[in-house]
Design a protein around this ligand. Sequence first.
Ligand code: C2E
Ligand code: CA
Ligand code: CA
Length: 628
Amino acid sequence: MDSVDTEPEAGTSTEEPAAGINGLPLGSAGRFGVLLSEKRRRERWEKSRNEIVSAIIGHHTLPSIMQKIADAFVAMCPTKAVAIAMLSGRRFQIAAEAGLPQRSQTVQLAALRAELREGAAGLRLPFEQILDSGIKLCLVSPLVSVSGDTRGVLAVFDNHQELLDDTTRETVLSLCDLARLAIDHCQLYEQVVHRSQYDGLTGLPNRLLVEDRLQQAIVTAQRQGTLVAVCCIGLDRFKQINDSLGREVGDGFFKLVSQRLTTSTREIGILGRQDGDEFILVLRELDAASTAAAICRRLLKDLSVPFPVDGRLLTMTASIGISIFPDHGDTAGQLLRNADIALQEAKRGGRDQALIYSPVVGRQTRRAAEMVDALARGVAQIQFHMAYQPIYTVQRKIAGFEALLRWKHPQWGEIGPLEFIPVAERSGQIVPIGDWVIDEVCRQAMEWNAGAVQPVKLFANVSGVQLAHPEFSAKIADALSRSGLDPERLELEITESWVIADLKAAAAKLQKLRDLGIGIAIDDFGSGYSTFHYLQTLPLDTLKIDRSFIHRLDGSPANLSTVRAITGMAHELGLKTVAEGVETELQVRQLREIGCEMMQGFFLARPLEPQAAWSLLAASAPTESLTS
Ligand code: C2E
Ligand code: CA
Ligand code: CA
């Protein structure tokens, strides 16, 4: 790029945003001080770029981001003007402009919303009438989303000449890239907000949304002195249907059940889907608990009519657990928990019945209590061990391993972490267990790195409860020095929920860990929260894309574009990506195509015992230094 330096003396007024081509003598401006020195250009560019990226990640609205882009352009190229039009249906609407003639003429701009015709000629249309005012159109660049659709156009104007110099052209291209990123991000954000509130299979509100509505219902009931009932509806033996007829038929059947429940509960309550084979129904403004019980009995009757599935009639029963506000709790969480305990009791008591919660300690609570004692013995007797799941580069080389905790109880056998970790978190036992995990992972990484032909990184999961411990980073420092492990060989996986709970505290804490030289990954990215702004403010290295996104990579362009947008955003922030839960060859191909760096999943390898993991590592070819 040529360096032009007609920088004015200090104190001259060229820092003013240029009058643009608003009828002011721009032709003469070129003579004096509108060309920026290379250094000044770069500084301005960095500043504008950071502001725009912040606005994107901070979920600003698309028009306000586009306005920032237009302003940035005029700040960089003060003799020019710019307009950005977005496609709304089949019409263009001017979303942002800078440097164009004043209001009176902008009215004309609004009249420019011409209908989109196919092809490049159509794309020129929205700006043709601007040219009536004698302004010249220099360039029109389409703004194409990751899914390949034209979503808008960016046009550059000048009073005098149609030709653009190389530097301006480069600025336009860079700003178009940012505009595309903004478009993708906004689309992704909308999808994620929807996904975070609605269940993908049935389209019903998910637990989070129902919980929110329940909380509102409680507030109203408090004011009116009425009752609220929470009904947990569980399908009896649904797992058998899934196992015998296959997941696809199971899903189809589940949808039919959900439709019937929707019809039966229309206008009487809020129906949502709980995880797995359960629904939640919230009944508002009740006068007596017996009304809720009567409604639930009617639902059981409705459900007992056979369902036509796959050319045959299937019958099914359900069990329902009911909790009542204010008798069984005054928060959404308590009411849901108690309705669930009542549901377990209903199932144990023979199924196909509706049961109101009774404060006698439920079976679940008893089991959790038993588990707390068992975990204490587990810690004392070290009944834990680790499994290691390889993380591959998209070129199928081993980039590292995720360490996954296993518990072998002497009587109960292997218990999965999804079952015991929540209990250990509630009881605080996750702290000593987590300490053991870190020590074990450091020891293992040290051992493998001593013998391997290539350096290997281990990813360890840490729970929010561990991170909240004031001594957490000191403990990690201790574990590193005790084992002698190079900190670059360790990365901690943390969850979004912990980060979001207190962003400021999380930033300080993570920085301390980062200062030790270890890496930080966000686990299960996108699984529950509809905000990403934290990504920008935290010191992070890796983003692990939740497997729910990867499962949907089935060849459809819409699903691919979501993962592409997440990857693009991660790269924009300097983060590497790991796709979780890769289960098919097609997913591998698609991930490679969109530039995701690493992947992990049953298709590539299951979690392995240490010896098997070592054999795999010893036999594998060296990786590029992706994770170092
Ligand atoms: P996670 O961090 O998301 O770990 C990945 C889980 O996904 C593992 O389950 C793994 O076996 C499973 N997985 C891997 N590939 C696939 C795939 O292709 N398809 C499917 N459907 N699943 C796949 P696992 O071992 O049961 O761990 C479950 C969760 O338990 C972990 O989820 C993590 O949140 C937690 N966890 C595991 N170990 C630890 C630990 O040491 N400390 C803490 N705090 N949590 C742990
Ligand atoms: Ca993990
Ligand atoms: Ca994960």
